[in-house]
Design a protein around this ligand. Structure first.
Ligand SMILES: Cc1ncc(COP(=O)(O)O)c(C=O)c1O
Length: 417
């Protein structure tokens, strides 16, 4: 009998996804002093995952609510969630909401919202052009490229964002690159707490970015994965989005509730859309429903119901605000503490960016060789770009981290490896 080889025997082994690989390496490491600074998830003062108290109490009510069941949600998700999420990003005084030209569809977290946006835009945006350009910051969250690539966008370009020398925003480069894109390009913008740099434009800089986008008729897609998590105030963190609405843009916001509600594995997201008129929104929504139907039919209920309950109920809303303040305050405290420790150690260089950066991540400025030293010699797991998650630092490990960073900077330079 001849053995027929597998139909898949030519499939190439794909490379591991860096951030998940880092976590596996960390788990496999038996060193007691190990620290995981790769993970993009909040950790409490003891380094443990944190279920927000507001989420715990809503879940406790849900368990005992006889009105709840496991029926399918509508294709576009839980209406109360989509409305509340859209209002959260656009604000309670949004003109677009009042004029019924803004609305949302539930998505499988932020990644799913981006993917829905990409699928929809590929089919319905600027279709008379052979290949619409999509542009994202350099650097950006690693998945942006993959999401738009898998949706069929072949012309994907980076715009300058990070000024490595001065460790700040390269506004001039950013504007120049956006101006050089073809008219009506799709431009991905991080609404706040830019991942990986932790550097956001100021309000004045956002105005300049909006002006350039207007001039070139670009279509903004906001990635909003950290609303509330950055400053502790969801309204402050949505300033950029709300400014673009005031400027009269049509745009999308891809919202994640992973970080600000700690609902990572529940996959809670919303694709909020602002359009010029209610009819365009209604028709677009109908097409999105077909896309969703063909991909996963309808979204899960649990996390969306938790978020909707929290956002629609004044006492839960207050508790959520307290919870996000707790998370962002702990991160700010770790930034301050690390900054002070490096000063005391006399670590060469300027470390002010540690306190000036915002949100979950810090772009330390460590080079690849220094990062390798941290992982291999110190059991401190960080991305090779030098990005660290501030959430991985605690009072218990920050001294060891600061000392190790000091050693990396003083002992290792690129030429030695
Ligand atoms: C910038 C950015 N966008 C989107 C996401 C999507 O996360 P999720 O799919 O868990 O909501 C992340 C997660 O790390 C992120 O950092």
């Amino acid at each position: 009998m001849t053995t027929v080889p597998s139909a898949f025997n030519q499939v190439e082994q794909a490379p591991p996804v860096a951030v998940f690989k880092l976590k596996d390496d960390y788990t496999a490491d038996s060193a007691e002093e190990k620290i995981n600074l790769g993970v993009g998830a909040y950790r409490d003062a003891n380094g443990q995952p944190w279920v927000l108290p507001v989420v715990r109490s809503i879940e406790a009510q849900m368990i005992n609510d006889p009105a709840l069941n496991h029926e399918y949600l509508p294709i576009s998700g839980l209406p109360a969630f989509c409305q509340a999420a859209t209002k959260l990003c656009l604000g309670s005084d949004s003109k677009a909401i009042t004029e019924n030209r803004a609305g949302g569809v539930q998505a499988l977290s932020g990644t799913g919202a981006l993917r829905l946006a990409a699928e929809f835009l590929k089919r319905f945006y600027n279709t008379h052009v052979e290949s619409t350009v999509v542009s994202y910051p350099d650097p950006t969250w690693a998945n942006h490229d993959a999401i738009f690539r898998y949706a069929g966008f072949t012309d994907r370009r980076k715009y300058r964002y990070w000024d490595a020398k001065n460790r700040c925003l390269d506004l001039a480069g950013l504007k120049e690159d956006l101006l050089q894109l073809p008219e009506v390009s799709i431009v991905i913008l991080h609404a706040c707490a830019h991942n990986p740099t932790g550097v956001d434009p100021t309000q004045e800089q956002w105005k300049e970015i909006a002006d350039v986008c207007k001039q070139k008729n670009h279509f903004p897609v906001f990635d909003s994965a950290y609303q509330g998590f950055a400053t502790g105030d969801p309204d402050v963190d949505a300033w950029s989005i709300r400014h673009f609405e005031k400027c009269g843009f049509e745009f999308f916001v891809c919202q994640s509730f992973s970080k600000n509600f700690g609902l990572y594995n529940e996959r809670v997201g919303n694709l909020a859309m602002v359009m010029k008129d209610p009819d365009s929104l209604t028709r677009s929504r109908s097409q999105l429903e077909l896309i969703i139907r063909g991909m996963y039919s309808n979204p899960p209920n649990h996390g969306a119901r938790v978020v909707a309950t929290a956002l629609c109920n004044p006492s839960s809303l207050g508790e959520w605000h307290d919870n996000i303040r707790t998370m962002s305050a702990r991160i700010k405290q770790m930034r301050k503490s690390l900054h002070e420790k490096l000063k005391i150690l006399g670590t060469p260089g300027n470390w002010d960016h540690i306190v000036n950066q915002i949100g979950m991540f810090s772009y330390t400025g460590l080079n690849q060789a220094q990062c390798e030293f941290m992982v291999k010699q110190k059991h401190i797991y960080l991305m090779k770009s030098g990005r660290i998650s501030m959430c991985g630092l605690t009072e218990g490990n920050i001294d060891y981290f600061a000392q190790s960073l000091h050693e990396a900077v003083t002992k290792i330079n690129e030429n030695k490896l």
